[in-house]
Ligand binder design. Structure first.
Ligand SMILES: [Zn+2]
Length: 307
C-alpha cells in the first residue's frame, strides 16, 4: 500500500499561470481510485520547520506580501493565503518522506520546489520542500543521511545551494534545460552547472531518448549510494522532460518517463533504500497529458512495490 499525501488547500489561487496549479487536484482525484494507494491529508509544516532552511526575512515576505519583490521572487503574483498553501505543499513532502521511512515508498502529490533558495524563491518555487522535509526528519533523529534524485527537466539549483553546508544530503540532478532564464527548448550540450562534493549533475543533450536516459541513470545512480546507501531518497519525478512540454528539448514520451520511474524504483528497492517522490514540473497542455505522466509514476511504483 502506497500512502500519497495531498491537501486541497495546497493550491493558492494565483489565476491563470504557466504552472498548472489544477494538476495536483486532478492527480489526487485519479489516484484516490487506484487499487493499492491510500490518499491522505498532510499537516502543514511549521514556521520552525521553515526557519531551519529559509531566512526569517523571506518567510515573513511570503506571509505578509511585503516587500512585494521578495514575496514574488518565485515569479508568480503574491496572494493572501500563499503562506498557508505552501506550508501544506511542504507538509505533503514531509509526510511522504516520513511514510517512506516506514513503508519503503510514498508519494507527495505536490511539487518539491527545487529552485527555492534560503533567502528567496525562484522558478515557481517558494519554500524548498525537499530540504525542509529532510531537515525535519534529520533533526528528529529519523535519518542520518539522505539523497535527492532530481529528474525534473530543470536543474535543481536551489537544492544544490541549500545542501552546500549539509554534507549529509547528496543530490544528483539530471536535466535537459539548464534553467538559467528558462528559455524554451534550451539545449544544455555546451553548458553545465558546476558540481560540488555532494552535488553532481548530468546535462542531457537535445534529442535524448528513452534508452539514452536509462543509460545515464544506469551510470549515475550508484553515485547516490556512496559512501554508503542513504537512509532515504527524495525523487523529483518531473513530467516536464516530456517531448511535448514547451520547455523540453528532449525526445521522451510518456512511456519513456514511466520506464524511467520503474528503473529508479527498482534500483533503490534492490538496494533497500526507501523512496518518497514528488510530482515536480510539467507544463504540457492540455494538462491531462501531464496528469498521465504522473499517473505513470504511480503505476511504476505499484509494479515495483506491489499493491
Ligand atoms: Zn522543471
Amino acid at each position: 500500500m502506497i500512502e500519497a499525501f495531498h491537501h486541497p488547500g495546497q493550491a493558492a489561487s494565483i489565476g491563470d499561470h504557466t504552472m498548472p496549479m489544477e494538476k495536483f487536484q486532478l492527480v489526487a482525484d485519479r489516484v484516490a481510485g487506484l487499487d493499492g494507494v491510500r490518499l491522505l491529508r498532510p499537516e502543514p509544516v511549521t514556521r520552525t520547520d521553515l526557519l531551519r532552511v529559509h531566512t526569517d526575512n523571506y518567510i515573513r515576505a511570503i506571509e505578509t506580501g511585503k516587500p512585494r519583490p521578495l514575496a514574488e521572487s518565485q515569479k508568480f503574483p503574491w496572494v493572501p493565503g500563499l503562506y498557508e498553501s505552501v506550508r501544506l505543499t511542504n507538509g505533503a513532502v514531509a509526510a511522504a518522506a516520513s511514510s517512506a521511512l516506514s513503508h519503503g515508498i510514498a508519494a507527495a502529490v505536490a511539487s518539491g520546489f527545487h529552485h527555492s533558495c534560503a533567502e528567496h524563491g525562484e522558478g515557481f518555487c517558494t519554500f524548498n520542500g525537499l530540504v525542509v522535509a529532510l531537515e525535519k526528519l534529520y533533526r528528529a533523529g529519523a535519518l542520518r543521511t539522505a539523497a535527492v534524485l532530481d529528474l525534473d527537466l530543470h536543474y535543481g539549483n536551489g537544492t544544490a545551494q541549500l545542501i552546500q553546508d549539509r554534507p549529509w544530503i547528496r543530490q544528483l540532478s539530471v536535466y535537459g534545460n539548464d534553467y538559467w532564464n528558462n528559455v524554451c527548448f534550451r539545449d544544455v550540450t555546451e553548458k553545465k552547472h558546476p558540481d560540488g562534493p555532494n552535488h553532481l549533475s548530468v546535462a542531457l543533450p537535445a534529442g535524448t531518448d528513452g534508452p539514452q536516459l536509462l543509460e545515464v541513470l544506469e551510470q549515475n545512480l550508484p553515485w547516490l549510494l556512496q559512501p554508503r546507501p542513504p537512509d532515504l531518497v527524495l525523487f523529483q519525478a518531473g513530467a516536464d522532460p516530456l517531448r511535448d512540454d514547451p520547455y523540453s528539448p528532449l525526445n521522451l514520451g510518456a512511456a519513456d518517463l514511466e520506464a524511467r520511474d520503474r528503473h529508479v524504483f527498482s534500483f533503490f528497492r534492490r538496494h533497500g533504500v526507501p523512496v518518497a517522490w514528488t510530482l515536480a514540473g510539467g507544463y504540457t497542455r492540455p494538462v491531462e497529458k501531464v496528469v498521465a505522466v504522473h499517473l505513470g509514476t504511480f503505476r511504476a511504483a505499484l509494479d515495483v512495490h506491489g499493491r
